[in-house]
Write a protein that binds this ligand. Structure first.
Ligand code: ZN
Length: 323
């Protein structure tokens, strides 16, 4: 009888739970999805029932359920409490872990979702064999994680690996975090929408503006991807600019960390055909001494939307040092 690990990835809109055999982590034995609720009481209930359902499914397959890991979309402090999360405000400073542990009757490991995703990618995805790796998740914002010498870096407070709030344009666009010109204002889904709104104001986003009902303020990332999918030249031009911003940030990370590999994940990788080759083309100009050493591979994440949940399960048996 194999002991299966349970992992849950809590996103801003979705909760994904998996049960995995540690020998084959990329092939979940059971999978559960739910919507992310807006209040912490319901959130704990949803997580508890996801675990209950996974446990029932695991036992129906004749296996045993083991340790549980939980990935959260924000900065998790060393004691496992979420301290900042623009997409999960209801859980900030809340004792989610202890409430959940009470319900399920066992310990629950809590980790930042991007750390979970990088861990999974380093075990069974694009980062296999890498000792130093950088993960960036291009979604609504930008998440990130850093592995050095085979270990994920959590930092002095547990807050390491938030490249989305690295400033790439001093006096640039105001960020909800309080700084101006953060990377995620330009190189995320929100950034893509901003680039398109700017283009619309210059009269250079005809189809996108039409898709947004003629209101530049109503433009979102999905309008840009839809126009690009239709082959619209103005949308593809916006994606080129977007690629430039992605390259600036990845170049910064490479200059600081000189990793074996950079792995790019997140929802925007579904549209990688519109910008990823361009990012790779632009990167050498962003990296110091790029011509004098082997070029660092920049790869798309392999595990897709399951990476966070798989990594949370794997980290449940070898949690990062927190206390
Ligand atoms: Zn910021």
């Amino acid at each position: 009888m194999t002991e299966l690990l349970l992992g849950i990835d809590v996103g801003g809109t979705k909760v994904l739970g998996v049960a995995i055999d540690p020998a084959f982590p990329d092939q979940p034995v059971a999978l559960r999805r739910a919507a992310t609720p807006g209040d912490v009481e319901t959130l704990v209930d949803v997580l508890a029932s996801t675990i209950d359902q996974l446990r029932a499914e695991v036992s129906a397959t004749g296996h045993q359920s083991g340790p549980i890991g939980l990935g959260l979309p924000g900065v998790v402090d060393r004691s496992g409490v979420l301290r900042g999360a623009p997409n999960l405000l209801c859980a900030i400073d809340q004792p989610v872990r202890s409430r959940l542990e009470e319900h399920v009757g066992s310990t629950v490991m809590i980790e930042n979702d991007a750390n979970c995703a990088l861990w999974a990618e380093s075990r069974v995805g694009s980062g296999v064999g890498a000792s130093d790796a950088v993960f960036v998740a291009l979604g609504t914002g930008i998440g990130g994680a850093v592995m050095v010498g085979g270990e994920l870096r959590v930092g002095a407070n547990g807050f390491a690996g938030e490249p989305g709030h690295m400033v790439v344009a001093a006096d640039g666009v105001q960020c909800p975090c309080g700084r101006s010109g953060c990377w995620e204002r330009y190189a995320s889904g929100a950034g893509l929408a901003w680039l398109a709104r700017e283009a619309a104001l210059q009269g250079q986003a005809g189809l996108i503006l039409e898709l947004a009902g003629g209101d530049a303020d109503a433009i979102v990332g999905a309008h840009v991807t839809a126009a690009a999918d239709a082959g619209d030249a103005e949308a593809l031009e916006i994606f080129d600019r977007f690629a430039g911003w992605v390259a600036v940030g990845i170049g910064n990370l490479m200059n600081i960390l000189d990793p074996d590999v950079v792995i790019v994940g997140g929802g925007l990788t579904a549209h990688a055909r519109h910008y990823f080759d361009r990012v790779r083309q632009l990167l050498p100009a962003e990296v110091l001494g790029a011509g004098s050493h082997r070029s660092t591979p920049v790869m798309l994440a392999q595990l897709g939307p399951d990476a966070g949940a798989i990594g949370a399960a794997l980290l449940a048996i070898e949690p990062l040092r927190r206390e």
